[in-house]
Design a protein around this ligand. Structure first.
Ligand code: FAQ
Length: 315
């Protein structure tokens, strides 16, 4: 069969709404596109544990500490489902980690900002997980089976994370003047980077063309960003927080909020490695990865020993 023929057959499957599974034929471009996106998604989940992990020892109550610990463990688990989904496409975990450490693979811009106060933990849960959910609910219908199934499970957990963040913010907005100020300050610092999580405007998004053709993306960066804004403005109003955007205004004709322009220079600087915490995040990941080498070696040795035993039994 010619390459064109194979690609047409593949496109027909997608157009029919079929999921693509790991052993199915797929164009190389589809495979590499997914490896890039899923591995970056996995790295984001794992690097995203760092800003929150910083607050485990300083959580203001035992209840808050338990919830935060459980949330951070969930994020680590999301990273693992996603690394496994990417591995089914023929890349190894160590290759993905190597790409992260060398800077070839990105991770979400958002995790390069510092979590300065307890209110930041509220803002991360509410805004960062909130933005992640809007994107991931849409990805539940992505065309690659293992990615889609990972998204279904992850979204269930993320919605709990979003609520724990909102609860922290609501609690602080019900507190003292200092607590209210802290909550507003966190909102001011996290709002714009959260909007950047959806990626560049559709007109500047080089991967969107293929992503739509292959039904990897079901909705565009701008559509999802708008959905997040429309939802979140109302949630902010309920607890008395102000969105730090003077241009934010309900547009009756469009049935959406109009908003101010995002600082794309900041976005590009951050994803190029020049955000406030990029260096710190990567150094920490490399340090912990190296310190964990003995665990990987022990697991490999155990696997080899078990395989040897099994082959002896078969003989
Ligand atoms: N950050 O052509 P597009 C979470 C890059 S999970 C950094 O539009 P695409 C849970 C993009 O990679 C958050 N880089 O790309 C949690 C590309 O560069 P490349 C992560 C970004 O793929 C909460 C270039 O710009 N979620 O938060 C970003 O079609 C709390 C051009 O962009 C996902 O990864 C960005 N925000 O659309 C964990 C969701 N945006 O690769 C812990 C899955 C764009 O050529 C605590 N990913 N770039 O070097 C996606 O849906 C897509 O990949 C987009 C980008 C929408 C992020």
């Amino acid at each position: 069969m010619s390459t064109e023929h194979i690609q047409n057959a593949f496109q027909q499957r997608l157009d029919k709404g079929d999921f693509i599974e790991p052993k199915d034929d797929m164009p190389d471009g589809y495979r590499t596109h997914l490896i890039r996106q899923i591995s970056q998604h996995a790295h984001s989940e794992v690097i995203g544990m760092q800003p929150e992990g910083n607050w485990i020892t300083r959580a203001p109550s035992l209840r808050a500490k338990q919830i935060l610990l459980a949330k951070i463990q969930d994020e680590g688990g999301h990273g693992l489902y996603l690394y496994s989904a990417a591995e089914t496409l023929g890349i190894t975990r160590s290759e993905m980690i190597q790409q992260l450490h060398s800077g070839k693979a990105k991770y979400s811009n958002i995790f390069n900002y510092p979590a300065l106060t307890w209110a930041d933990i509220g803002a991360i849960g509410w805004l960062v997980d909130g933005a992640a959910i809007v994107n991931q609910v849409s990805l539940q219908r992505t065309s690659f089976g293992p990615y889609s199934r990972a998204m279904v499970r992850i979204c269930k957990e993320e919605s709990f994370h979003q609520r724990q963040g909102y609860e922290i913010m609501a609690h602080m907005m019900n507190g003292t003047a200092d607590q209210k100020e802290m909550a507003q300050d966190a909102m001011n610092r996290w709002w714009w980077p959260a909007l950047m999580m959806f990626g560049p405007h559709d007109s500047d998004s080089p991967h969107s063309g293929d992503a739509f053709k292959w039904k990897i993306k079901r909705e565009s960066n701008d559509e999802l960003r708008q959905r997040f804004i429309d939802k979140t403005v109302q949630q902010a109003e309920v607890i008395g927080l102000t969105i730090p955007d003077p241009k934010l205004k309900w547009n009756e004709a469009k049935n959406h909020y109009d908003h101010g322009e995002i600082n794309w220079n900041e976005f590009h600087e951050v994803i190029r490695g020049n955000g406030p915490c990029n260096k710190q995040r990567m150094e920490h990941h490399i340090k912990v990865h190296e310190a964990g080498a003995w665990v990987r070696e022990a697991a490999e040795a155990y696997k080899k020993k078990r395989l040897n035993k099994e082959s002896l039994v078969t003989i």
